[in-house]
Write a protein that binds this ligand. Structure first.
Ligand SMILES: NC(=O)c1ccc[n+]([C@@H]2O[C@H](COP(=O)([O-])OP(=O)(O)OC[C@H]3O[C@@H](n4cnc5c(N)ncnc54)[C@H](OP(=O)(O)O)[C@@H]3O)[C@@H](O)[C@H]2O)c1
Length: 261
């Protein structure tokens, strides 16, 4: 049994933490909106902590799945952040989709405290998280840290791969999102053409997170010189969806632009 803190009880984090509890680990959860952490404990047992630092104290592993780079900084190195409370030899696993630069920054901050770090963004969506079937793309500077992290991640994944040093998981997830962006627009066009769209978008992967992901891809492409014309175009479509109040609609809501131009 491993002592694990899980930070962020959102669409993805709550089911991931549930699989850790089911696997017999001792789980302490933290969520910014405390009621969600308490609801999780009522369903799954374990404990809820009022701050990331209190959740992380004494944990062997601290895993998190929050929103964007700023949110990760807040829960890891902000006031009452997890890192300052972590013991040497413990491991921080970040499942948030964030920038590769942040992953390298966190790997450095963790290393100064003799804490291991794995950037571990996921693919598989809400269904993958709820079924414990996620694909996890990992960046990590040493094999031993990765192996320990993987033994825990296995509880909610069907595939967990070490792709290279810190930041490599996030770079791989960018490739995933670049491939998905054009595909989603194609699917929206097909569904609209067949007049199957039910106009319901209240589930899954929020437009605000997709725009954050595409922003990360476009920023990285400015650094490495890659051309991403379709990704940039689909990002503009999502911008229009967000402007209609669709920031929290599911990514399939591209169909809304086609239905109601
Ligand atoms: N949903 C998907 O299908 C999917 C698939 C792959 C990857 N992802 C990625 O996984 C991450 C989480 O996605 P999600 O769909 O689970 O999002 P979500 O349902 O919106 O949950 C986000 C979680 O992060 C917490 N949070 C956000 N900002 C915070 C801050 N500054 N301080 C503390 N906690 C904060 C939220 O707390 P509150 O409850 O207080 O708001 C919530 O628990 C994102 O990076 C997303 O891109 C999502």
């Amino acid at each position: 049994m491993t002592k694990i803190a899980f930070l962020g009880m959102g669409i993805m984090g709550a089911p991931m933490a549930r699989f850790l509890a089911k696997a017999g680990h001792e789980v302490v959860v933290y969520n910014r909106t405390a009621s969600k952490a308490l609801a999780w404990v009522a369903l799954n047992g374990g404990q809820a902590a009022p701050t990331p630092a209190e959740a992380a104290a004494g944990a062997d592993i601290v895993a998190l799945c929050v929103g964007n780079d700023d949110d990760v900084r807040e829960v890891v190195i902000g006031t009452d952040g997890a890192l300052a409370a972590m013991s040497p030899g413990s491991i921080l696993i970040d499942h948030t989709t964030a920038s590769a630069g942040l992953a390298r920054e966190l790997a450095g901050a963790c290393s100064e405290r003799s804490v291991g770090f794995v950037d571990a963004p996921v693919s598989g969506g809400q269904a993958g998280a709820e079924g414990g079937q996620l694909t996890v793309m990992c960046g990590c500077d040493d094999d031993e840290t990765f192996d320990t992290a993987k033994s825990v991640i296995d509880a909610y994944s069907k595939s967990c791969v070490h792709l290279g040093p810190a930041g490599s998981g996030q770079l791989t997830k960018m490739v995933n999102q670049i491939c998905i962006a054009g595909l989603l627009q194609g699917l929206a066009e097909g569904i609209n053409f067949a007049k199957l769209a039910a106009g319901e978008f209240d589930f899954g992967f929020a437009v605000e997170w997709m725009r954050k992901d595409l922003g990360i891809c476009l920023e990285e492409a400015e650094r490495n010189g890659a051309r991403l014309p379709v990704t940039a175009l689909v990002d503009q479509f999502y911008k229009q969806v967000a402007a209609r109040g669709g920031e929290r609609w599911d990514t399939s809501s591209l169909a809304n632009l086609l239905e109601n131009p």
